[in-house]
Design a protein around this ligand. Sequence first.
Ligand SMILES: *[C@@H]1O[C@H](CO)[C@@H](O)[C@H](O)[C@H]1NC(C)=O
Ligand SMILES: *[C@@H]1O[C@H](CO)[C@@H](O)[C@H](O)[C@H]1NC(C)=O
Ligand SMILES: *[C@@H]1O[C@H](CO)[C@@H](O)[C@H](O)[C@H]1NC(C)=O
Ligand SMILES: *[C@@H]1O[C@H](CO)[C@@H](O)[C@H](O)[C@H]1NC(C)=O
Length: 463
Amino acid sequence: MKYITAFAAAVLLTCPISVSHADEAAVGWHSVDDIVARIGSTHFPDKDFNATDFGARGDGQTDSQEAINNAIEACHEAGGGRVVVPAGEYRVDGPVRLKSNVNLHLAAECTLRFSTRPSDYLPVVFTRFEGTELMNYSPPIYAFEETNIGLTGSGVIDAQADFDNWWKWKGAWSGTPANALKDGDPDQSNAIDQVRAQADEGVPAEQRVYGEGSMLRSSFVQPYRCKDVLIEGITVKNSPMWCLHPVLSENVIVRGVTVDSHGPNNDGCNPESCRYVLIEGCTFDTGDDCIAIKSGRNTDGRRLNRPSEFYVIRNCKMRDGHGGVVLGSEMSGGVRNIFVEDCEMDSPHLERAIRLKSNSNRGGYLENLFVRNVQVGEVSDAVLRVNLYYAHETGEHPPVVRNIFVENLSSQKSRYAFYFRGLEEHPIASITIRNCTFAGADKPSVIEHVKQLTMENVTFPLE
Ligand SMILES: *[C@@H]1O[C@H](CO)[C@@H](O)[C@H](O)[C@H]1NC(C)=O
Ligand SMILES: *[C@@H]1O[C@H](CO)[C@@H](O)[C@H](O)[C@H]1NC(C)=O
Ligand SMILES: *[C@@H]1O[C@H](CO)[C@@H](O)[C@H](O)[C@H]1NC(C)=O
Ligand SMILES: *[C@@H]1O[C@H](CO)[C@@H](O)[C@H](O)[C@H]1NC(C)=O
């Protein structure tokens, strides 16, 4: 491996290398207003349905699943409005299904506590597991092909996932407490191998049926092929796996949400193969990536060929996690035109601020990523990381990484300022870093197989 000190790299690369300014002009910061305007907002008729009128009881005892779903159905049938769940502790023994024109509103001091019995999430629904389509347990909150849906309020959704239930299906995990998985306990690995093989063989997704016995966890909140989605104000806790996971959806707003979920693969928000997404004013404190943008994995990702595009992420706070804003690793459908601004990322348990992860099995592209005005306090690994050897996999589909722009970012403490590892035959095409300060980096940056690295006014102050 070739280590270059960041200082040496700066000297080596002083001549401004021809970054594709044309690309930067076509899609650039000026695009943010257009994207946000285009997303618009959801509209719900001014009519409330009180979940308690349908039998929901915030007594911590009564299973209120059916009552909440009946309230949603009645609201939907009536042309839409708001289903209000008042203060209280609601036991919810199975999925809540969001419907068009309904805003499920959780009042202050309202908590929905979801069952941890997998059989409560049957029958299986059409969903994705780590970028592969399949029929699996329903996410606790799920919507399929709906338009104009909301999940709002200042209440809490708690899937109560723990190492005694969902999380143990992960198997070996670096964060697992010693007692979480006993030797020889079954885990998800067989099912994962099987569903990926089915995808490679072209088995239709409807025939990849998992659920019972398979040990594949679901995401917590999943709008699938939906349009006009608002998730606002709520707190999300203890997810089986990915927390907020909109898939193949358009015009999605995630605003003012707090995610506090520290289990395995507990990414905070995973917009996957969506178009026009705004994530703002959120706080993420997670067991995996805070935000990880996805677009399908390997064969399935290439078959669907639906990129993640036109996302704006702003005014968010990232605490614990493997990365603050992450592109990949399930990104075979491509990720492009992503804007990140005015965020704070800081925790001794946050590993990286901006992270791109892929490998030559994934294919696809990561391009036109714009980052500015980001304050990084402490991260334990690299402030900026691009690794195309992710998960030590190799294959026939080298990903393309280009047009990465980082401006006005400052960091206080990290192992590396940046860690860039492209593939020897397929280097990272272009990264531009301007007006940035990386203080307190313990080790020299790693820059390997990067074709164009441009730095303007980048400093590495010594402590
Ligand atoms: C819903 O009904 C309950 C019980 O009747 C009542 O206490 C609560 O105030 C109502 N909430 C709203 C928002 O109407
Ligand atoms: C740089 O970012 C900081 C926040 O990190 C912000 O306060 C400041 O205004 C930005 N500077 C410019 C020139 O945009
Ligand atoms: C760099 O900082 C200077 C001074 O604050 C500002 O004028 C310039 O626009 C910045 N450039 C970029 C690319 O952020
Ligand atoms: C260099 O970047 C810093 C932010 O890191 C900014 O304050 C300063 O104004 C920039 N200087 C120039 C000449 O652009």
